[in-house]
Ligand binder design. Structure first.
Ligand code: GUN
Length: 293
């Protein structure tokens, strides 16, 4: 393996440690940040993610309240819960775990979350503010990916970057963050014609499409930074279940300059950034009461 391994677990541990110290200081003012986590339905992967998020929050001293709701829940009931959480003075952040069941309109739901409590950065107000450079809460996975890139190269101005995947959660905000950092950005997707050759031009490759092993060694420019956002559960030929990314890791690591593993790359950073956003949301919303002492 030629590439340096970008260790997301280690970086997340460091950020969580730093955050824990800040949460402890905040606690001396009587404020404990609180994250409400809303999970609708029984998607096993979502249940696992929510458990991990709650566990990580508690470990840094952030309180969580989980709302696990039936898959048949009416959209109006979900909107009513969000409204209660918006008004609840003890709730600093609201996370609606995606995907939602098909009968629920995800846009309606994400728009219902108060922008100041939208720790995922999915509300149109936060998206608009981010894109126009007016601030805005940054979505956790792209924010975590930027931290990981920064560990390899502090200044990425002028570099060619490709983002493969165009979701609102990862692809689009990731492209925007890379653009803001001065990269020349190509946003590609699974239907892009000539994707391998386009990808091979990039100094930074971020892939988030959910296709195991999509990005092969010959897609990668020698020395490129490769950030694998994919988390795919596969059963290998020997019947063993394991997690793999969207990059054919072993072969890509022979060409890339630096690469994230799956698991242990972007995943822990998504959670660390969620906790950072929750802490920041608590500070911003409660600033007046902190100042009043
Ligand atoms: N589902 C997959 N990734 C995410 C995420 O970052 N936030 C939320 N809320 N749901 C997700």
């Amino acid at each position: 393996m030629a590439a340096a391994l970008i260790d997301g677990t280690a970086l997340a541990r460091r950020l969580n440690g730093e955050l824990k110290a800040k949460v402890e200081v905040l606690a001396t003012t009587g404020i404990v940040p609180c994250l409400a986590v809303v999970l609708v339905g029984d998607d096993p992967a979502s249940h696992t993610y929510v458990r991990s998020k709650s566990r990580a929050a508690r470990a840094v001293g952030i309180a969580t309240v989980e709302h696990r709701l039936d898959a048949q829940l009416a959209e109006a009931e979900l909107l009513a819960l969000i409204e209660r959480l918006n008004r609840d003075p003890e709730t600093d952040g609201i996370l609606i775990q995606l995907p939602l069941p098909k009968h629920i309109d995800v846009t309606n739901v994400l728009k219902a979350v108060h922008p100041a409590k939208d720790v995922d950065g999915f509300h149109p107000t936060n998206v608009g503010e981010r894109v126009t450079g007016a601030g805005g809460i940054i979505p956790c996975t792209p924010m975590g990916a930027m931290f990981l890139i920064e560990t390899v190269r502090a200044n990425i101005e002028g570099l060619d970057a490709i983002v493969i995947g165009m979701s609102n959660i990862v692809g689009k905000p990731m492209a925007d963050l890379l653009l803001s950092a001065g990269c020349t950005v190509t946003v590609a997707h699974i239907k892009t014609v000539g994707l391998p050759a386009i990808c091979r031009r990039a100094d930074i490759v971020v892939v988030a499409v959910g296709k195991p092993g999509l990005v092969r060694a010959e897609w990668i420019k020698p020395g490129a930074i490769v950030i694998d956002v994919g988390i795919n559960r596969i059963t290998s030929s020997d019947g063993e279940k394991r997690l793999v990314g969207d990059v054919a890791f072993e072969e890509a690591a022979g060409v890339a300059g630096a690469i994230t593993p799956v698991p242990g790359g972007v995943g822990p950073m998504t959670i660390a950034c969620l906790l950072l956003n929750t802490f920041e949301a608590a500070i911003s919303r409660r600033a007046a009461s902190i100042r009043a002492g």
